[in-house]
Design a protein around this ligand. Sequence first.
Ligand code: CS2
Length: 489
Amino acid sequence: MRLSNTTLSKLGSGIAKPAYDRSVITPGILHLGTGAFHRAHQAVYVDDCLARGETDWGIVGTSLRSTETRDALNPQDGLYTLAVRDSGSEDLRIIGSISGVTVAPEDPGALLARLSDPAIRIVTLTITEKGYAVDLGSGGLRQDHPDVAHDLANPGSPRSALGFLVEAIDRRRKTGTRPFTLLSCDNLPQNGRTLRRVLTEYATLRDKDLAAFIRGEISFPSSMVDRIVPSTTDADRATTAAALGMTDAWPVLGEPFTQWVIEDRFISGRPRLEESGVEFAEDVEPFEHMKLRLLNGTHSTIAAVGRLSGHEFVSQAIGDHLVRGLIEHYWQCVIPTLSIPADRAFDYTRKLLTRYENTSLHHRTAQIASDASQKLPQRILSPIRDCLARGLPCDPQIFAVAAWIRSCGGMDDRGNPLPLNDPPFQAWTGQPDQRSAPPDGVVDAFLGLSAVFGEDLPRNEGFAARLKQAYGSIASKGVLGAIQSRSPL
Ligand code: CS2
């Protein structure tokens, strides 16, 4: 038996189900990038709205590349399980807000038609950092991105999110259809503003009037999204099936904590998300800085340090007193760069520690390490810049960068292979062999990666020297030995 509309009634009473009639739900939101994070976060808030009777805000899911989510969810009428895990406990809930998932490359025309449908009033995105074709150094569009050239040449059958959105906005403009709100839910600084910039720069390459329309008529609220969502494993599928008494091809997991802060600028209406727990703010930046720098920055640090030292899960790494000491020191150094009061930031970090300690989540350091080259600039290097400019200490962050460099070398500290999952970084051919090259030479080679380090940091002699010192120490003592020898860092 498999989860679907017809089998819902067979689920046991301990499992929460959509408490509304799914057959009357009509779509109002189209989501690009229907991965686990969207399903464990935004789709849950919307599920609560549907349950309160806001029936015209259903979600149409889209995958921009892979077919896996569609193959798992469509035979289940879009239904899936959310397993919320706290150390030692689990709550299961069936989410019904997504009607189904389409795969963009299989029928780009169908997605464009859907995006042009006046019923779609909000388009939400979780397309990951690399989906924005953004130059992380300048914040502008990477005009050399292959998808940009492809989509400019084939506007009716685009490949990238930007290509789909600009073409759909143009079609709506030409038919006098009200534009949609574009709501980025990715971990990028000022994600709304970033999306607006790359989208208008891309549109300018097509048609200046269209670019002006986007600038003047479309709204791009920024949002801060937060929930730790580990990738689902086959073991998770098996335990979920046992608890449901039926198969769910792709349940998603999450921690109890969840937060969504959005700027309230929706041009074509929105569901009453505040009643589902969303916070609305004039300016999301203080929240987003706090989250990107305190959570995501230390997540990427734990990923690099944990992988080098053989910690498979975040909970194991944070249980290691050396890693924990580094992270606590990291927070102390980053908090002065935030615009929120220090006591609020310390309170957030105290809660973060508990979240990291959640032993039921099995959140893999390897998962966080994926696409690290796309994450480091905004998570770690940007607060380093602030610290350097203000003369504030930033050794733990520099140490994190050195650990990342070391983790790109293909081997952990015990000599086990350390596979990389970072396609943009792997396209770089200039990496020296970290086992044989002189340590300073390795750091010099990495500093040539301007897409990561920009032009300014490599020229900052103090930064380069401290990075070399940290890297040299990791190369000779292993990452834990290096933390120990520098204690207090
Ligand atoms: C993580 C994030 O994988 C990663 O890069 O840092 O997915 C993190 O778990 C979320 O942003 C938490 O809200």
